[in-house]
Design a protein around this ligand. Structure first.
Ligand code: SF4
Length: 228
């Protein structure tokens, strides 16, 4: 298990729970707006052993409700099932943040996890632009179908990158998502990051949330819409 780091306490990464976050090293994608590019290289060694992670959380059983497994892409770890079971064994609830490109892994761990944050980065036609990889949208939508057909609580989240996505793209994405059971759809504003050499203007960033017709349509289409 390659652990890049952890955050001891968060109130925003696992809805309605006080949680810690474990960041795993490695992600096969290259999203243009990635805030953790240092976590992409799977060949980098981790900074913490799994035993250190377990011992860290063992001492926090009374203070936390859950642990979020994030990254990078946590499902890239070959022994992610063991990680989930170890954390559950301590009595915590477990959340996973994933790009959705490992549907078989999701299937395997689904009985043991309590919440999923699934990135759906773009409508299928533009997925390569927002992920840096060809032909992965079918995997992401397969993961979405697995979650949708189960009874797990989850969120689909999309980062509104104005350099690659238009208002029309979000309408198209919504039409592709609508057929699934999605407990919560979250639209996330683009956030600039160190090394962002050509960031969009603030008005471009704000343009999605300021489009009342789009927001109204999404509120009608989805059970719960979150703007953040
Ligand atoms: S999926 Fe997440 S960690 Fe991987 S490149 Fe994209 S934003 Fe970065």
């Amino acid at each position: 298990m390659k652990v890049a780091g952890l955050v001891p306490f968060t109130t925003i990464d696992f809805p309605n729970r006080l949680a810690g976050v474990v960041f795993f090293q490695g992600c096969p994608l290259k999203c243009p707006y990635c805030h953790n590019p240092n976590l992409q290289d799977f060949n980098q060694t981790g900074t913490l052993s799994w035993n250190e992670v377990i011992s860290f959380f063992s001492e926090r059983k009374k203070r936390l409700d859950g642990v979020v497994l994030s990254g990078g892409e946590p499902l890239m770890q070959s022994d992610i099932l063991k990680a989930v079971q170890d954390i559950k064994g301590l009595g915590f609830q477990v959340a996973i943040h994933t790009s959705g490109i490992y549907p078989q892994k999701i299937k395997e761990i689904l009985p043991f996890i309590d919440w999923v944050g699934l990135d759906v980065k773009a409508p299928k036609e533009k997925y390569h632009l927002l992920s840096g990889r060809e032909k992965i949208s079918s995997l992401v939508f397969e993961t979405l179908k697995i979650l949708s057909d189960s009874d797990i609580d989850f969120e689909v989240r999309t980062t509104l990158d104005p350099k690659h996505l238009t208002i029309e793209d979000i309408y198209l994405l919504a039409s592709q998502l609508k057929e699934y059971r999605i407990p919560q759809f979250a639209l996330q504003k683009y956030r600039t990051f160190p090394g962002d050499t050509n960031p969009p203007s603030q008005s471009e960033i704000d343009s999605f949330f300021e489009n009342n017709e789009l927001i109204q349509t999404l509120q009608n289409d989805f059970n719960r819409l979150v703007l953040r």
